[in-house]
Every structure is written in structure tokens, then in C-alpha cells.
Design a protein around this ligand. Sequence first.
Ligand SMILES: O=C(O)c1cc(=O)[nH]c(=O)n1[C@@H]1O[C@H](COP(=O)(O)O)[C@@H](O)[C@H]1O
Length: 259
Amino acid sequence: MQKLLTRVQTANSLLCVGLDPTGDDATATQRLQEVVAQAAPYAAAFKPNLAFFLSRENGVALLQQTVRSIPKDIPVILDGKFGDIANTAEQYARFAYDIVGADGVTVNPYMGDDTIRPFARPGKLVFTLAKTSNKPQHGLQDAAMTRGGSISDWAARLAKLMDEELTEATIGLVVGASEPETVAKLRATCPDQWFLVPGIGAQGGDLSATLRAGLRADGSGLLINSSRGIWQAADAGAAARELQEEINQFRTVASPAHT
Ligand SMILES: O=C(O)c1cc(=O)[nH]c(=O)n1[C@@H]1O[C@H](COP(=O)(O)O)[C@@H](O)[C@H]1O
């Protein structure tokens, strides 16, 4: 967490650069190097998505190499949406932290707190899915439970409880940008927690509405992810810088110091 806070401050950024490498292995390897090198100055974090590496013959080696190439002061969130029970989750945690060298992970909390605990090592960042960015899930995640609101409300409350209990780690939420009103609702439930927000760019989420809904009063607390928007740009550095600057305009507006 300290690494993230320091990085957010020194880079003046809430941008999370997603690494979802497409193309053949040679193309992907080269593009990964370019994107990491060009986008790093503007990145608060990098988020490699495990699927895009596992789909390759030497995917784990490519993932390790990629993580090693990321400057040490920039946190790496391994997006595996891990979601198994305790002793199995422990194996995934070993993979993410000890084999890959990640600073954080994404977790699917469907199986409950058992799934989250093994990832909550001291200093690590654990982002649990609360409301995802894809549309077809809305039926499920919005479904009302017998008491206590929807499933995404439950996931948010679970993340909050876990964050309070597992104080050595940081438990945040994944909240897609596709529904700014849900971002606002979950921010009300979890006023202090970090939200990892995918869904802008290629998925069409509204950046400004999301920032207005989700930024904390201190102008922070969100990591805005873009994967294809940066990967597919002719100039990954320029795309990252533009997004960082666009985000920061809202941080200035939202910051109490400037109101
Ligand atoms: O956990 C995630 O990162 C995630 C959650 C979610 O609700 N929606 C979502 O798109 N993601 C991931 O965020 C990235 C989005 O990529 P782009 O749409 O290309 O920016 C992909 O790696 C997705 O797997």
C-alpha cells in the first residue's frame, strides 16, 4: 500500500496501465517492452491480466519478465480474478506474489472471505470484484438478496469488513466504469477504500462521470485502468499521458483545497 501511495504522489497519477498482450509471442513481447517503457512515467500501477499470458506457451515466463521490467517503485496488480477456497487460494497467492512478484491481485469474492484471506499478506493490495464493467452480469450482481441489498452491495460490505479486519493488507474493490451511479453508491458504502476501475476506453465507460462519482474528498482513492486504449495506441506514452492528465483535471476540481 505504501508503494501505491508513494507512487500516486510522485507520479501525480491515478492511472493503471493494463497489460493485456495480444498478437503472436514475438509481437507481444516487443509491445510489452514498449508499453512498459513508454507508459511508466505516467502510471500509478500496472495491471497485467493473467489470461493474456496463460494463453501462451511460455506465458508465465513472459509474465515474470514483464513484471521484472516494470520499475520497482510502480505497483503491479496481477489480474487473475482468483476465486477458490482457502487452501487453494493460498496456492494462487504463492503464484501471484512469490512466482510472479506482484504487489497485488484481483479476487472474485463469490466464495466468501476464505477466498480473500490468503491474499491479504502484509503490504499487499487485494481488489475484490464488487460491480464488474460488463453488462450481462447486471442481472446477477444487481439481484436482491433476501436481506441486505444486492450481491454487489454484499461484495462491497465484505471488502470493507475484510479491510478493517486484515489491517496489514489493503482490501479494495473492483468497480466498473459502466455505471457511475453504482460507483457513487459503493463509494457511499466504502468511503475510504481504493477502487480499481476498469471499463473506460474500449468498453465505453464515462470517465468524467466515474471520477465525479468515485473520487474521495482528497481527490484520490481510484485507480482508473486502461488496457486496449493504451496497448493499441500508436504512441502508448502519449495515450497514457493524455489519460493521466484527463483524470487529474477532475482531481483538481474534486480536491477540497481547490474548491
Ligand atoms: O478486474 C478487472 O480488471 C476487470 C473487471 C471488470 O469488471 N471489467 C474489466 O474489464 N476488467 C479487466 O480490465 C481490463 C479492461 O481492458 P480494456 O477494456 O481493454 O481497457 C481487462 O483486463 C479486463 O479483464
